[in-house]
Write a protein that binds this ligand. Structure first.
Ligand code: GLC
Ligand code: CA
Length: 555
């Protein structure tokens, strides 16, 4: 006698082990030939992403924006910038992606608006003390003439975090806070109107079918009461004790995330929140992942790690240990639109570097960086949790460090007095096909908004698909194996003994991963089927190599 199975099939929430592909929209694919990536371009390339084997996309801000910071300065959270398309295009993209089984996360920027946002324009036109100004942080200056900023906080992009406005009488007046660029005034999250507005914005997009949000600087919204000065050593960058910074990681910020989670939980379909949270302390980071807050947060410690076996191992352990008590998955990432591309970073003698001020001082060995990037992705995709890929890393693209100064657009370049080039080098439009720029990024006559290196002719999707040893083929194979083996998704993680300078671990019954970070050679166990390898069918891994192989001997 057969019984119908009374239990629904056991399925883990998708965000626990999803591989998410980050689309930096300006630089992914240009559908109309104006040199700037757009929604039409993304729609054309969805089959590529499905075939790559990712589960979801994260699209960087596509809202109406004057682009003072590449779209992280939003003037209208409910409309698409005409440069990227229309709301109808966004709806079509969501429908197309879902039809292909791809989820879509969008970026939400709650810490600040654009200075062109109607709220900020209204604040400028309103007097000190008005309700319009109370949506931001407007204060009188210090000193006899009020010409000293209200406190000594520096802007992340250089210079002071305060801008002074001209009042209705034509005289310099109050100051407003901008932790990032002057075109990005910080919202006052103590104001209930601000909180209410963002909950409505979330609902607006959830109603349209987005699967969740990547929250920009999700640890920044709350400022310590009274906006106290930083001690001088902290102004120049010396870290404060965990939780002690007046505008990062204030405890009250968790309330906002709880409220947002309640909004998401009203919707069916496992909508998810991922935080961009620059908090180093693993426990304080894990606090954002409590059951009623965000589901996931980027693990930037892993991205900033030295290419060094003990350091990698201790970061992996610290992450897994800190996340376990809150039941949250780890979220691994090797690069994004703010970080130096890993082929370049790992090609340097000091690889943990994310500090762009020093980038110019160290040359990169791109061949070495490429070998390490291949090993690093096999390490990352074998770890338990979810993983984020940044467009172009699957092609092995490097940081374009020789962009002419005249084309640089990152506000960091201007704000640093032209001393720090900023992040444009990881944002160059990616190459798809052909032998010359625009390499299929847009229609043939397109001039991409940042120039592409001629040598990218060998790094197009088309060229790499034809080469079994390419980075793209390695990513595709690894993602295919990851989808096929349940142990790689659900099982725990267990370190196995391995020589100094190497890492070896098992994931359930399915798979073991071995990484030779810095030893002369690493011998794989005999009699195991090789599943993926950075170096083809060899059993002695050289330095900077990695492999996945069956956890059991061949039957
Ligand atoms: C985040 C974004 C970055 C942006 C900043 C300000 O760090 O990733 O690109 O410049 O927030 O919004
Ligand atoms: Ca375009």
């Amino acid at each position: 006698m057969t019984h119908p199975n009374p239990l629904p099939p056991v399925r883990r929430a998708w965000w626990r082990d999803a591989v998410v592909y980050q689309i930096y929209i300006r630089s992914f694919a240009d559908g109309n030939g104006d040199g700037i990536g757009d929604i039409a371009g993304i729609r054309e390339r969805l089959p590529y992403l499905r075939d790559l084997g990712v589960d979801a996309l994260w699209i960087t801000p596509w809202y109406v924006s004057p682009m003072a910071d590449g779209g992280y300065d939003v003037a209208d959270y409910r409309a698409i910038d005409p440069m990227f398309g229309t709301l109808d295009d966004a709806d079509r993209l969501l429908a197309d992606a879902h039809a292909l089984g791809l989820r879509v996360l969008i970026d939400i920027v709650p810490n600040h608006t654009s200075d062109r946002h109607p709220w900020f324009q209204e604040a400028l036109a309103s007097p000190p003390g008005s309700a319009a100004r109370a949506r931001y942080h407007f204060l009188d200056g210090l000193g006899d003439h009020g010409d000293v900023p209200p406190n000594n906080w520096p802007s992340v992009f250089g210079g002071p975090a305060w801008g002074r406005v001209i009042e209705a009488d034509g005289q310099p007046g109050q100051w407003y806070l901008h932790i990032f660029a002057p075109e990005q005034p910080d919202l006052n999250w103590d104001n209930p109107a601000v909180r209410a507005e963002f909950e409505l914005i979330l609902a607006f997009w959830l109603d349209r079918g987005v699967d969740g949000f990547r929250i920009d600087v999700a640890h920044a919204m709350i400022k310590a009461p009274g906006l106290p000065d930083l001690r001088p050593e902290h102004v120049t960058g010396e870290p404060l004790a965990p939780g002690g910074h007046p505008h990062w990681d204030q405890d009250e910020v968790h309330e906002i995330h709880r409220a947002w989670r309640r909004v998401l939980d009203r919707y069916p379909g496992e909508r998810a929140l991922i935080g961009e949270i620059g908090v180093d302390d693993p426990e304080r980071l894990a606090a954002y992942l409590r059951e009623d807050e965000l589901q996931t947060a980027f693990n930037f410690a892993f991205m900033g790690a030295e290419w060094d076996a003990p350091e990698l191992r201790s970061i992996i352990d610290a992450t897994l240990d800190a996340n376990a008590p809150v039941g949250a998955p780890a979220t691994w990432v090797l690069s994004n639109h703010d970080a130096t591309r890993q082929v370049t970073r790992l090609g340097r003698s000091f690889t943990g570097l994310r500090n762009r001020e020093l980038d110019d001082l160290l040359t990169a060995d791109l061949a070495l960086g490429t070998r390490r990037a291949r090993a690093a992705i096999l390490l990352m995709l074998a770890l338990p949790g979810s993983a984020y890929l940044y467009q172009g890393e699957e092609l092995g693209l490097w940081e374009v460090e020789d962009l002419p100064e005249s084309v640089l657009q990152d506000p960091i370049w201007r704000r640093s007095g032209h001393t720090i080039r900023g992040r444009d080098g990881c944002r160059v439009p990616i190459p798809w096909s052909g032998h010359a720029s625009p390499f299929g990024f847009g229609p043939p006559a397109t001039t991409p908004w940042l120039p592409q290196p001629a040598s990218w002719r060998d790094f197009t999707v088309e060229a790499e698909m034809a080469d079994p040893d390419s980075m793209l083929r390695l990513y595709r194979t690894a993602l295919e194996v990851r989808r096929r083996l349940p142990g790689l998704r659900a099982a725990g993680h267990e370190w196995l003994p391995s020589p100094d300078g190497t890492l070896r671990f098992r994931r359930g019954d399915d798979l073991e991963c071995a990484v030779n970070v810095s030893a002369d050679a690493l011998q794989l166990p005999v009699g195991r089927e090789l599943l993926v390898s950075t170096h083809g069918d060899i059993r002695r891994l050289p330095r900077d190599a990695a492999a996945w192989y069956a956890a059991r001997e061949d039957a």
